[in-house]
Design a protein around this ligand. Structure first.
Ligand SMILES: [Ca+2]
Length: 312
């Protein structure tokens, strides 16, 4: 039996067993392609396993990797964390699915969802190595989100923490991996993994219990205590990716400096019910003006600065 015939037979059997198979994915490679099934035994409901999780490389290796993007639990308030196991160049796309829908609402101010920016996509930028503190020297990898697609082999980065002005509390992100052949044609490319959904916790919610999954108001005093421990570099203190809260005017975090009291102060404000203090977008007519909705950019006295966007 020819290779692709066997592939189609396997796909058909899996389809009968309940897995999804998409027609467009089957057309990505020709008969000369190699087809591999990876990690079939290790998937769970949370792993976004799907048979349309197919990517074709320039070398015609037709691979199915159901663990292309694996989440790190539990989630964080200003970072999303995952690993990418594919050992070839791919780009990581982050769709801003739901931004800042705070439930229950903040008690000390308005809870405004950033709906104008929902549906936009960002890309994970080059991973950089950072330290938890100068004294500890414990290293980790993190990336900032950026507007342009960026391709590399990410498999050497065991766990990647991603932040940016767009990674905000009480939000939902869909993370996808794009094969190298998508370069220059990302919007129409079909060599894309299934999305992995990652949620952020409430503003200032850096320690268990987290919301979500709990539904009560977070943060509580244990979150503040955890950040005090981080400031003291105490054993068991949260990692930077969980503890860093403060950013620039749009909320973008500078990962490099040692953890400082600003983050504890913001957590204390959040404990008091104060809203998330940053606006992640910018007005097209004034890149320096932060916004969360078009009205932020179009209102008087400057009616020509809209709309509100994240990327040019
Ligand atoms: Ca908490």
């Amino acid at each position: 039996m020819r290779l692709m015939s066997r592939v189609r037979l396997i796909a058909g059997m899996l389809c009968l067993a309940g897995w999804r198979v998409t027609a467009e994915a089957a057309q990505v490679c020709d008969d000369s392609g190699l087809f591999t099934l990876q990690n079939l035994a290790s998937c769970t409901d949370s792993d976004s396993f799907a048979l349309d999780n197919l990517a074709c490389t320039d070398s015609d290796v037709f691979a199915l990797d159901n663990r292309a993007v694996a989440p790190s639990e539990p989630d964080k308030t200003r970072f999303i964390s995952f690993s990418v196991s594919i050992t070839r160049e791919v780009a990581i796309r982050v769709k801003l699915t739901s931004l800042h829908h705070v439930e229950p609402p903040y008690t000390g101010g308005a809870s405004v969802p950033f709906t104008a920016l929902e549906g936009q996509v960002r890309w994970v930028g080059p991973p950089m190595q950072y330290v938890e503190s100068v004294s500890s020297g414990v290293q980790f990898h993190a990336s900032q989100l950026q507007c342009a697609p960026y391709y590399q082999d990410w498999s050497t980065v065991a766990l990647l923490h991603v932040t940016g002005a767009e990674i905000v509390p009480s939000s939902i992100y869909d993370v996808e991996v794009l094969a190298a052949l998508c370069q220059g044609n990302e919007p129409n490319c079909t060599a894309v993994s299934s999305p992995l959904q990652i949620k952020t916790t409430r503003w200032g919610d850096v320690e268990t219990p987290y919301n979500p999954p709990v539904s009560d108001t977070q943060p509580d005093t244990s979150d503040i205590s955890a950040l005090v421990n981080k400031f003291k570099s105490a054993l068991g203190a949260p990692i930077k990716a969980r503890a860093l809260l403060a950013g620039d005017s749009s909320g973008a975090i500078d990962i490099s400096p040692d953890f400082n009291f600003t983050h504890i102060s913001l957590c204390a404000d959040a404990f008091k019910g104060l809203p998330y203090p940053y606006k992640p977008g910018k007005c097209t007519g004034d890149a320096a003006k932060a916004c969360i909705s078009d009205s932020d950019c179009s209102n008087a006295p400057n009616p020509t600065t809209g709309p509100c966007i994240l990327c040019p």
